[in-house]
Ligand binder design. Structure first.
Ligand code: SF4
Length: 190
């Protein structure tokens, strides 16, 4: 695999904060209570290759990739209905710092991978918010061009090997697990 392939999880981090994604690519990662709870939410769904819920087949922890966009990763779960229609579902603890865009970007990128892999039009993806016990449905076609632009921007930025400046959005920093590594000495605990 060429070096300029991007992990799907990195696309989510980039959508949250470009500097966060660059620091992770550089080897930094620190868990905080949000990432630990997020991992626990994943572990509750990543428990086996396939099972059934309400008559829908659910494939867990599926490797996906898209040659056209040069992205790859693991989808939490992919639902398959009785007609063979596929829908990737990302499981999240909550909305992060209030914005669902990073999760949307990740799950739509998964849908685009599945589309290329199966030659099937993936119309919908979904995000399950554990804290709200709610499923948010995403129309893939509606988000596709924004997500593809994000992937292009992320690749151009991250493979420059330069770390972007900190975001001016302190709300993002206050929930970020990398705040100490990112801005040592700064008071970001709002
Ligand atoms: S602390 Fe703020 S600027 Fe630094 S990586 Fe996190 S969100 Fe980005």
């Amino acid at each position: 695999m060429d070096e300029d392939w991007l992990r799907l999880s990195l696309i989510e981090h980039y959508a949250y904060c470009p500097r966060q994604a660059a620091l992770i690519l550089d080897g930094a990662w620190e868990d905080n209570h949000l990432t630990v709870e997020g991992t626990a939410a994943h572990e509750r769904v990543d428990h086996g290759p396939t099972d059934y819920r309400h008559g829908v087949k659910v494939h867990h922890s599926v490797d996906v990739a898209c040659e056209r966009l040069k992205v790859f990763g693991v989808a939490d779960s992919i639902e398959e209905d009785a007609d063979g229609v596929l829908c990737p579902v990302e499981h999240k603890r909550g909305r992060g710092a209030g914005d669902i865009w990073p999760s949307t970007a990740q799950v739509v990128a998964q849908a685009l991978c599945l589309q290329e892999m199966t030659h099937q039009l993936i119309q919908e993806a979904a995000i399950y918010l554990a804290s709200e016990r709610r499923r948010v449905v995403v129309v893939v076609e509606r988000e596709q061009s924004r997500v593809e632009a994000l992937i292009r921007e992320a690749r151009a930025t991250l493979f420059l090997n330069a770390i972007p400046l900190p975001t001016s959005n302190r709300k993002l920093c206050s929930s970020c697990s990398l705040k100490v590594a990112c801005q040592p000495g700064e008071d970001l605990w709002m």
